[in-house]
Design a protein around this ligand. Sequence first.
Ligand SMILES: [Zn+2]
Length: 448
Amino acid sequence: MDTSTVASEVAARMPALIDDLKHLVAIPSVAFPGFPSEPVQRMGDAVVDLFRRSGVGSARLLDIPGGYPAVYAEIPGPAASPTVLLYAHYDVQPAPLDQGWDTDPWHATTGPDGRIYGRGTADDKSGLIVHAGTMQLLGSAPPVGIKVLIEGEEETISHLEDFVDANPALFDCDAFVIADMGNLAVGRPALTTALRGEVSCTIRVRTLHHAAHSGVFGGAAPDALIALIKILATLHDDQGNTVVPGVSGYDWPGADFDEAVYRESAGLLEGVHLYGSGTLASRLWSKPSATVIGIDAPSVAEAANVLIPEATAKVSMRIAPGADANRELDLLATHLASVAPWNVDVEVTKIKAGWPFTVEMSGPTVKAAEDALAAAFGAPVETVGSGGSIPLINSLAQASPRADVILWGAEDMALSRIHASNESVDPTEIEKMITAQVLALRRLGRRT
Ligand SMILES: [Zn+2]
């Protein structure tokens, strides 16, 4: 079946698939602690129903100890055909109205630009619609073996990694297709080839047994917050590059990120300069980036004229693809402790070592995916990185070390605004991604 035949079959199914997407967006499946569990459970059931209606009769809830269920299915392929696992997630970020939503985040709304607005329209309910649409096209006798895995806890503390580690056979396959990514812009097909990792720690500084009057004692005894600020200020050079000694980074070899799009989607205030050096893509995808994500110190409202005896900061550092997460965390912790001024008391506590991921580009599925993507979009394929990390990928790759990994999706980086207000998806991206997946899986099936 050629590209245009597949594309027109997909086009015919799009109105119903978009109805399904809108139905799913109306379920506020926030899996964060403290949010109601009923919508998350309802969402899991709705995803099972969607896949069963899409020809996947074996779709079922998979109990994940300690967490929300995943949706799982297996459909055998022709003898000796490869098996492909399709991954997306059904939980979403919260959508507080004070983020600045122009429409009800839990009511999918088509804008004048044709995009569909609402929490999860892109991240990642678009991904599970892409997979459901793919299965509708492939039918009950797909050209390759299929496994479906739709997670319910990607945006929060996931219990799926432990489950994968304990049950690797369920996730054994020849290729993982992760539909939780996106192109740089609508209509520009991209494969994501690298994900940064993330390490974090806290640093606590103490200088005094108790708060001391700043008039009586200020001028000689260091206050803890000033000491902490001096320590944190060493994370970047004057240009804004993260300069923790020894951490790795490299220049991004693929497509660059458009600065205007970056400014707009990041919500950067007019006139504020970008920092760091090198291409924007390198700064976002292949170089380390340290951020102070929280400080415990007296608030302005409770500020008194005292020397502050104790202050704590949490530091997060995105690390380059290919880096060793434990090593980078050691380097960060060692650096923070070593630059403390005035021999103040410092305690660094390591919190997290999240590994980066690099796609092995030489596998057969990657080639099939690249060709299919180019055909579906009618444009050359770019390679992009992702500043975010997907910790589960490393568990999946361990469960099935031979498997190729495809990272792509309908969440275009220019306009989707995932995790932010006015999240949206362009339905033409969903449509072309379904076409690309169907073409890729058919090509893989033909190889046997
Ligand atoms: Zn996501």
